[in-house]
Design a protein around this ligand. Structure first.
Ligand code: HEC
Ligand code: HEC
Length: 299
């Protein structure tokens, strides 16, 4: 009997040790990933400063940036949870606490397109893996606008995570932490199609808008990592929207109302996407219609 107890305690001891080592490993792996320095030589874009470029950039910024960085781009308290910690979306203006005064044109391209800060460290959570596909023209217009906005003084604390949150993040519970890790920084630039109500341009918009983050890699169903978010429905002709008309789709993206009368929740960012033009929304619709019908993937 004594022998059996001894063995049980040895086995338990080894198990606990293995678990402690695994948890410490996950914790340390996240620290290492946050501290990794990337050497990126971004494309040299000629950033315009004329009124029409700034106006185009303002519209794209409303669609792509303001939901996280705020209407004045001075940043937001992006995530805060007593058990997990907090982090903020940066102040992009030239004001106190903002990055705008110090950023060069190259710094802007590196941060948005590659998810890497001027000091080489990766940017947390920002969807640069989607912004990577932004054409030189669209990205230049966005940078032109961000450089033109009024300075706002707003200082934000550095990211601060609890031990548990860091371990969970290491285990992949919050999805891709760093866009920089998933981008092939040296691949030839993707070809950007001409704007217009075409399947090709819809493909481009679906990429840069990040629809796959929540609707899945195949757009056949997925889920964003936020545990409170409902699943993102199947957007291929195998899903509910097979019964929708183009007008239903445009209306849903502009007002959040589905033809069934069941409104979409705030987890579907239709307020941002609704700012797209008719032709842009038509292009997305044409692209979704062109996909092969897929059975719904349960996330
Ligand atoms: C899903 C939310 C989200 C979206 C959308 C987003 N960002 Fe960010 N961005 C963040 C967060 C969060 C940080 C700070 C991350 C950190 O602290 O590592 C950040 C950081 C940055 C930085 C780095 C600033 C620094 O501190 O050095 C730049 C530049 C930036 N964003 C520009 C943009 C632009 C321009 C857009 C639109 C094209 C955009 N972001 C869209 C969440 C977002
Ligand atoms: C941050 C997550 C997220 C992103 C990004 C996102 N969606 Fe959604 N979407 C959702 C969720 C969640 C729903 C489920 C509706 C709800 O909120 O109840 C939804 C619902 C929809 C619906 C309704 C489908 C149905 O069967 O009822 C359409 C259409 C749609 N999204 C299109 C898009 C398109 C197009 C994009 C990219 C331009 C996109 N979504 C990007 C989360 C997202």
């Amino acid at each position: 009997m004594k022998k059996v107890l001894k063995w049980i305690s040895i086995i338990l001891g080894v198990l606990i040790l293995v678990i402690v080592v695994a948890i410490t490993g996950l914790y340390m792996s996240v620290q290492l990933r946050a501290d990794r320095a990337y050497t990126i030589q971004p494309a040299n874009l000629a950033i315009p400063n004329d009124a029409s470029a700034i106006a185009r950039g303002k519209r794209w910024s409303a669609i792509h940036c303001q939901s996280c960085h705020g209407d004045d781009l001075a940043g937001t308290a992006f995530f805060s949870d007593p058990g997990l910690g907090s982090f903020n979306a940066s102040n992009l203006t030239k004001g106190k606490g903002g990055v705008g005064a110090a950023y060069t044109d190259t710094d802007w391209v590196r941060a948005i397109r590659h998810g890497v800060r001027p000091n080489g460290k990766p940017v947390l959570v920002m969807p640069s893996a989607d912004f990577y596909y932004l054409s030189d023209g669209d990205l230049s217009d966005i940078i032109a606008y961000v450089k033109s906005i009024p300075a706002v003084d707003k200082e934000w604390a550095k990211p601060n995570f609890t031990f548990i949150a860091t371990v969970l993040a290491g285990a992949g519970a919050f999805g891709d932490l760093y866009g920089a890790e998933t981008i092939n920084h040296t691949a030839p630039r993707p070809i950007a199609p001409k704007p217009g109500a075409t399947v090709e341009y819809g493909d481009y918009l679906v990429r840069v808008d990040g629809c796959r983050t929540c609707h899945g890699k195949e757009l056949a169903g997925g889920k964003e990592p936020n545990p409170e978010a409902p699943p993102g429905p199947n957007l291929t002709p195998g899903g509910e929207i097979a019964k929708w008309s183009e007008a239903d789709f445009i209306n849903a993206m502009r007002t959040g109302a589905r033809p069934s009368g069941i409104p979409m929740t705030q987890f579907m960012p239709w307020q941002s996407y609704g700012k797209m033009s008719d032709d842009e929304l038509k292009a997305i619709w044409l692209y979704l219609k062109s996909l092969p019908a897929k059975a719904t993937v349960k996330p």
